[in-house]
Design a protein around this ligand. Sequence first.
Ligand code: RNT
Ligand code: ZN
Length: 416
Amino acid sequence: MTVAERYEAAKELYAKLGVDTDAALKALGNIPVSMHCWQGDDVSGFEGEVALSGGIQATGDYPGKARNPEELMADIDKALSLIPGKHRINLHANYAIFQAGEQADRDQLEPKHFAKWVEFAKERGLGLDFNPTMFSHPKAANATLSSEVPEIRKFWIDHCKACLRIAQYFAEELGTHCTVNIWIPDGLKDIPGDRTAPRARLKDSLDQILSIDYDRSKVFVAVESKVFGIGFESYTVGSHEFYMNYAAKNDILCLLDNGHYHPTEMVSDKISSMLLFFDKVALHVTRPVRWDSDHVVLYDDETREIAKEIIRGGADRVLLALDFFDASINRICAWVVGMRNMQKALLNALLMPMDHLAKLQEERNFSELMMLQEELKTYPMGAVWDYFCQQNDVPVREGWFEEAMKYEKDVLLKRV
Ligand code: RNT
Ligand code: ZN
């Protein structure tokens, strides 16, 4: 049977449940996922030899990582050619591209330092998202936006202000919004002597950053909380309560990273609450293994559950991005597997008779609700997914892996 024939058979089965597979595919094609540039080079950036710091780690030394803008862009192109649909690229400030002889510290960054990225995005019809980089820098050795040292705090405030200006430039040039996500590694290894003062300083820093004139209809500022980090096991300044209250009071957004909560606390269960109180919510979908390890996103229970909540809440209200960095495997494969899995999870959700499931719950018909959710797991979603890949001119099923391996042999392994 051809891909199209298998799709037709699947379509009939889903139709019996009242699910329109054509509509599901159309909807899936309209959900952009922001692909993080930092999987391509283990969060190194283009500032030269700076060690990754801030309690996050990329482990492994698989050969062929991108060493400069040209290589990273070529790798992103390769990955995108194997991923169906139109997406976005998520940049970090340490991926600024300087002209020969030019240099600027992070508080001095300007839109022109990202002109090459805008050109790249324009040519490919991609949107750009952005992140201040408040780690892997000598001035981030102790603390950033919550620092007790006024000059250090000012440096990072200025960095964030610069990032807002760059984000606005992205939005204006590309005609689509730009999400700016603020994450800081500030915290303490052991029991604090004062939990309030650093948080009060962080609050004041954010107030100063947001006081600049920027277009809130184009630039969506989000704040990303974290329960702990390596070296910051006892206290993080930017905790969930801190940022959720800050975002609510200041009309900005929260970003939920599913590696940043206690292990039995699920981001999938938080989305509906956030969307009752905020217009939008931002996500970093990742896979924590034992800790915030940032493994590649799989087609696993929690990813599927998150996807269901995105579809139920309205995909246009969720700023969806991925966040992982595995240096132990081929980095193109990491991107492609993670992106395709996110999309598969979205498709899985789009192929569920959501209204019917909701009705069964309202009727307290829990036997049928459980039965149907379990039966759905073996419905032919794969046939619909294959058809989506074919429609979008990307390799069907594992066909993409051969291309990734060819690229590894021809390009990545030559980077020595
Ligand atoms: C760290 C946060 C943050 C980073 C990226 C590189 O724990 O998840 O989002 O991973 O900004
Ligand atoms: Zn994150």
